[in-house]
Design a protein around this ligand. Structure first.
Ligand code: NAP
Length: 484
């Protein structure tokens, strides 16, 4: 499929109450690999966005009453349609976000899997019945949809972060308004089109695209009809949204930023550790909440690990994500390149050594090369900041205690990686790490069937797994008298 045909296939309006509506204004969507505008999409104002919440609120009653099997089958059909259209959807994603096509195909499949998983979960919402411990009465526990939900997603995984929220919302019987990031609205708009093809009733999912997220989303979040806020994005924005949500004591799920430590112990299998580091660092061009931010390697292995990682990073082709063999696509925008370069310069000024990369690439688009830094001091700014770019920062350590202490020395707690062949150490360190997830001898943990999420300032709640649907369900207890 041609690039222009893929872009032309995406509806560009607001999706409200099952209809595509034009907005008074439009906003451009850019290809970060060229800096050129791909198309214009609707740029909602607060009133236009409120119409989406009106539609979600109006549809909530009938959607909650829809048979779980029917909700499940809609998700199942949407799964099939996404897989059938994988190539087109991957091309759209690569064009708006920059990731290489192979990774975009992977994300489309991963995104579809959330629909398959939650299609299976929709028909397993259960409850409970038990006698009161003192006897005399019974407890009936039922689980009901939370209600209209506001879903806000980031630009780095533009489709999977959407299906990870829309899937459980649909399965649980919640209607929603989803707002994708302004940089990458097309994947969500294409997804809405697929949900229509899958037979989703009007108003169950509504899409608002806007360049003024604060002005437009604040009234929706503060509206008493919204009962749930599910946000994936940065920690500062998450904190701001939590404050807003507090005003109506709204249920929240927060998937926020990370600062993943990647620990390689002296007994690690070096081949496995280097493979894991390549995945944990370079997935999504380093722009993942799960990206290995601080690579901590036992001093005995640090030099060889750095040599091998430098060789592997040096082999990676840089270019537009649509080109064959490219692994290092562009970053999302100019500000991202400037931020990454600032962090590299700071680390070097504090004594880190540049093994490869380290200078922005002079070509159209927003490119930064694969970079390896060694001997990064823990006080370097990048040790406490999400790098969000293809920069591997290696710091040596001497003892397990020091490694765990460095790893936990951050307000974030999304994921940690541990590479060791010693089972006892693996379990001891996994228990000691302050993180919602641990990758043990593997560089990727994301899986729709697993509970994804962080602790500390990395978030609240879990997405995926058996707990994913709980985020969209309320528990109601009915106390039953058994007196005659
Ligand atoms: P971001 O700037 O926090 O934005 C995330 C979303 O929130 C976007 O849709 C954004 O829209 C919107 N937004 C920003 N300010 C808002 C406001 N005041 N009111 C309502 N909505 C608002 O994050 P990002 O740069 O897109 O994404 C990168 C961040 O997401 C990183 O920190 C990464 O670690 C995190 N992330 C976490 C996970 C996870 O599962 N834990 C997964 C992926 C990414 P606009 O951009 O259009 O303003």
């Amino acid at each position: 499929m041609q690039e222009t045909d893929a872009i032309a296939s995406v509806p560009t309006g607001l999706f409200i109450g099952g209809q595509w509506r034009q907005a008074a204004r439009t906003m451009p969507v850019e290809d970060p690999s060229t800096g050129r505008v791909l198309c214009e999409v609707a740029d909602a104002d607060p009133d236009e966005a409120m119409a989406a919440l009106d539609a979600a609120a109006a549809a909530q009653g009938s959607w909650a009453a829809t048979a779980p099997r029917e909700r499940s089958e809609i998700l199942g059909r949407a799964y099939d349609l996404i897989i059938e259209q994988q190539e087109r959807l991957a091309l759209i994603m690569t064009l708006e976000m920059g990731k290489p096509l192979a990774e975009a195909r992977g994300e489309v499949a991963y995104a579809a899997e959330f629909f398959r998983w939650f299609a299976e979960e929709a028909v397993r919402i259960d409850g409970g019945y038990m006698p009161a411990p003192a006897g005399g009465s019974r407890f009936l526990v039922m689980r009901q949809p939370v209600g209209p939900s506001i879903l806000i997603t980031p630009w780095n995984f533009p489709m999977a972060m959407g299906t990870r929220k829309i899937g459980p919302a649909i399965a649980a019987g919640c209607t929603s308004v989803i707002k994708p990031a302004a940089q990458t609205p097309l994947s969500t708009l294409a997804l809405a089109d697929i949900l229509v093809q899958a037979g989703l009733p009007d108003g169950v999912v509504n899409v608002v695209t806007t360049s003024r997220s604060d002005d437009v989303m604040t009234p929706l979040i503060l509206d008493a009809r919204s009962r749930k806020l599910s946000f994936t994005g940065s920690t500062p924005v998450g904190k701001h949204l939590l404050e807003l949500a507090a005003k109506t004591v709204m249920r929240t799920s927060m998937e926020l930023g990370g600062n993943a430590p990647f620990l390689v112990f002296a007994d690690a299998d070096l081949d496995v550790a280097v493979d894991g580091a390549m995945q944990a660092k370079m997935r999504n061009i380093g722009q993942a909440c799960t990206a290995a931010n601080r690579i901590l390697v036992h001093r005995d292995l640090a030099a060889e690990f750095a040599d091998r990682l430098t060789d592997r990073m040096g082999e990676l082709a840089l270019g537009r994500g649509v080109e064959d063999g490219v692994v290092v696509g562009p970053l999302i925008n100019r500000a991202a390149v400037d931020k990454v370069h600032g962090l590299v310069r700071d680390a070097v000024a504090r004594g880190a050594r540049t093994r490869i990369g380290g200078e922005p690439v002079d070509r159209p688009g927003y490119f930064y090369p694969a970079t390896v830094l060694t001997d990064v001091p823990p006080e370097a700014e990048l040790s406490s900041t999400e790098i969000f770019g293809p920069v591997a920062a290696i710091t040596p350590f001497d003892t397990e205690e020091e490694a765990v202490s460095l790893a936990n020395d951050t307000p974030y707690g999304l994921i940690s990686y541990v590479f060791t062949r010693d089972l006892t150490r693996a379990l001891r360190v996994s228990e000691a790490l302050e993180a919602g997830m641990v990758g043990l001898n593997q560089g990727v943990v994301s899986n729709p069937a697993a509970p994804f999420g962080g602790i500390k300032e990395s978030g609240l709640g879990r997405e995926g797994g058996f707990s994913g649907i709980d985020e969209f369900l309320e528990t109601k207890y009915v106390g039953i008298s058994m007196r005659e």
